[in-house]
Design a protein around this ligand. Sequence first.
Ligand code: SF4
Ligand code: SF4
Length: 164
Amino acid sequence: MLFYGNVVPVGRRDDALKEELEEAVVEAGRCLQCGLCSESCPSARSGGIAPDEVMAKVAEGDLDDERIWRCAMCHRCASVCPEDLDPSRVITALRNRSAAKGEHPKRFEDSAQRFLATGRAFPCTGMTRNMRKELGLPPLEVDRKAVAELKELIKGTRGWRKDD
Ligand code: SF4
Ligand code: SF4
């Protein structure tokens, strides 16, 4: 099974995951709770994840938060943090922890499988085809040679689990 590297690191050893979580707790512990990250977070503005709240929870050792899947990984939170902290990195660690237990939304898995099969993470729907036609763009074809190269590249990353 395959996942995105920055979303779900299937195949990472338990000790690497443990280390990543420990680092996340330490990083969250340095948070000043100034709230600047959440003020700039597009997800927070639409009722999604509030990075400052995640930092506070993680600092207290609470690693469970379903909102982690609502992060867009835009990294705006990291760009505004006065302490040079990166809530998205902390959120990634929580995602990796959940995914290692198989507790990730299926849509991420679907996207990863689609990426492996086609080189695209998004589906090519009828609407996509119609819009491309209207815009005078050529049909989206799967480049088999590129996909084969992609698979080789992925094998060399943490996104690949050898027993699959
Ligand atoms: S990376 Fe996630 S938490 Fe940070 S600003 Fe973007 S959506 Fe919000
Ligand atoms: S901007 Fe940085 S210090 Fe402020 S709440 Fe967010 S993570 Fe904490």
